[in-house]
Design a protein around this ligand. Sequence first.
Ligand code: NAP
Length: 295
Amino acid sequence: MTAKLINGNEVAQLIREELKQEVTQIKEKYNVTPGLVTILVGENPASISYVTAKQKTSKDLGFYSIQDNQPQDITEEQLLNLIDKYNKDPKIHGILVQLPLPKHINETKVLYAIDPKKDVDGFHPVNVGKLMIGEADFLPCTPAGIQQLLIRSGAKIDGAEVVVVGRSNIVGKPITNILLQKQKGANATVTICHTGTKDMAFHTKRADILIVAAGKPKAVTADMVKEGVIVIDVGVNRIGMTPEGKAKLCGDVDFDGVKEKASAITPVPGGVGPMTITMLMMNTVKAAKLHAGVK
Ligand code: NAP
């Protein structure tokens, strides 16, 4: 079997078209324009490129959008005051603080200062707790993107054996929580593996759907999966440079080997990556609707 490719660029584009229409509708019907502020501290090149991409997408979708650049030496108090200002700004529905922050600033304190109703990254403990009990307003962006990729590629999630490799707070734990809810697009039996797991292959071989977020190239190889598995490779690992001087990337799964056994697989790049920003936009539209009292 050679796997079908799950194309994240295509799915993300489709969702962006849907969001564009939704933005037009809520502007016309409720006079609300989704507002997003992205706060960037310092001049980390990777952070600048992420924030620029988020800003561009939000403008393309018709959002009211602000990029707030702050110097590297901003104090924690000044940053907390800035967040407070945006918490109170009725035109802003989503606040995104680009991580990492400089070492003299306590990241947790900053993320916890964001109004949970404007926490479009879904990292505030209120939103983490709501996800846990099946009442999430915002799903964290990368896990939400994984769920959309599965749903929109026709994967049968309900009743599936899902195995997640990795238990981070931004990918492994939230995708586990999302897929085990007794809800549409979920209701799976989910197992989570990590470096303390005794026999990882025992678990991965049982998976109908395998989600790998380990941050290690070839953490999963062909001998560790069963025929017909659907594989979502979240990993982004830099493994050198292309002749054109761009970073050469690979995922956490041995793509060439695993694609011969899988029924579907995401490539890296072009799989989960493009979905993350799109889910941030979806959360901002949702925040604007919640703010306006629209169901
Ligand atoms: P992380 O915080 O480093 O967590 C990695 C997890 O994988 C940990 O729970 C670790 O276990 C587990 N792990 C590592 N090696 C393992 C192995 N050989 N066997 C079993 N478990 C193993 O990473 P993350 O933030 O979740 O990110 C994971 C990957 O996804 C990274 O490559 C990251 O760049 C990528 N990512 C991509 C996107 C995107 O938009 N495409 C977004 C977020 C992350 P322990 O807990 O025991 O240490």
